[in-house]
Design a binder for this molecule. Structure first.
Ligand code: PLP
Length: 389
């Protein structure tokens, strides 16, 4: 199997699995308990938080562990909107459903929203985002790297523009894609909250975190026993947090050794070889800065789904547009937002720091073969599917 669906989820690192197993077995006490076993669990929790903080260059107490990227987005967007006085939101038109569904919930509660479309290069304009902000804007949400296209959004520039305003709205950044291969410094972005997920960087699924700028106003989604400094109630999932801490440490060490640049070089090679090998294939977007791990390829006149199945039959796992694509039909909102027509199939091939050059070469050969088969077999039948992952 050649696994090129790392934007959907990555293989957990051995060190992550070992640490989680040990903690799950040995540190089962409640971190809030006053006895020595509880204290040991609490120490492990804080050590994990410190690892994550070090990778982000923030203070550990600014991080809240969550059940994943989706909850971190919900806490950032819903929490900030409910704590604000204004009732207006500004979001990009191609945020992940973790953000868009939270925004829809707020709209049902009476908020209004401006959705900013990207250009054909898959990037929103910082000036367009800033221009949509009003005195009653509660939250601006802009993702770091778009999960289907890989394009990096001008978050720091948006942060600077918002800081110039007399009443600055809350800036939420979904950094789930990119963190682990892109150097992420939440403070330098000018963000108020930044959402993260462990399973995109060889950590466990169901583990995430929200960075919260000191002083940012946020209403918890639930309070419970007041854990996580009152910002997220519920006994902490210690194995998940420890796994995330390990994954963050490994990602930091890999980035220090040049993992981001190495993955970007492999991605470029994959795209160039695929474009050369498949007639008509082209990168879905050009010109924009991108996260290293996502290659998005457009195949005019070729449907994505049969192409994906033909690839699968050759042992290559990728996704159409985006990961959780496979259970939904209809064109993906992200692909629609950049003006892509329905007759162009789009595949997302996503790498990790574990992907090898040999895998990339074999995947391109499989892709060329798969495209020949699909071109020979079927007229265009299926549109790109909508996606979430
Ligand atoms: N945000 C983005 C951009 C994502 O790609 C994902 C992952 O699918 C999420 C949020 C949700 O993260 P999780 O799967 O940890 O809930």
């Amino acid at each position: 199997m050649i696994y090129l669906d790392n934007a959907a989820s990555t293989r957990p690192a051995e060190e992550v699995l070992a640490a989680m197993t040990q903690v799950g077995r040995d540190l089962f006490a409640n971190p809030a308990a006053a006895h020595p076993a509880g204290a040991a669990a609490a120490r492990a929790l804080e050590a994990a938080r410190a690892e994550l903080a070090r990778t982000l260059d923030v203070e550990p107490e600014e991080l809240v562990f969550t059940s994943g990227g989706t909850e971190a987005d919900a806490l950032g967007v819903l929490g900030a909107a409910r704590a604000a006085r204004g009732r207006h939101l500004v979001v990009t038109a191609f945020e992940h459903p973790a953000v868009t569904r939270a925004v829809e919930a707020l709209v049902a509660d009476g908020f209004s929203v401006d959705r900013i479309s990207p250009g054909p290069d898959g990037v929103v304009g910082a000036e367009a985002v800033a221009a949509a902000v009003r005195p009653d804007t509660a939250v601006v949400a802009v993702m770091l790297a778009q999960n289907e296209l890989g394009t990096l959004q001008p978050v720091a520039e948006i942060g600077r523009r918002l800081a110039e305003r007399p009443r600055r709205p809350h800036l939420h950044v979904d950094a789930v894609q990119g963190f682990g291969l892109v150097r992420l410094r939440p403070r330098a972005l000018g963000a108020d909250t930044v959402a993260l997920s462990a399973h995109k960087l060889h950590g466990p699924r169901g583990a995430g975190a929200l960075w919260i700028r000191p002083g940012a106003r946020l209403q918890p989604l639930w309070v419970g026993g007041g854990q996580e400094r009152g910002r997220r109630g519920g006994t902490e999932n210690l194995p998940a947090a420890v796994g995330f801490g390990q994954a963050a440490r490994l990602a930091r060490e890999a980035m220090d050794r040049g993992a981001g640049e190495a993955v970007a070089a492999l991605r470029d090679r994959l795209e160039q070889a695929a474009v050369a090998a498949v007639a008509g294939a082209r990168p879905t977007v050009v010109g924009a800065a991108r996260t290293p791990h996502i290659a998005s390829l457009a195949f005019p006149g070729l449907p994505a789904e049969p192409l994906l199945h033909a690839l699968e039959a050759r042992g290559v796992l990728a996704s159409a547009g985006s990961a959780c694509a496979s259970r939904l039909s209809g064109p993906s909102p992200a692909l629609k937002s950049i003006g892509l027509d329905d007759r162009t199939g789009v595949l997302r091939l996503s790498l990790s720091r574990k992907t090898t050059a040999a895998e990339v070469e074999a995947a391109v050969a499989a892709l060329a073969d798969a495209a020949r088969e699909v071109r020979g077999a079927a007229p265009f039948a299926l549109a790109n599917r909508a996606g979430r992952g």
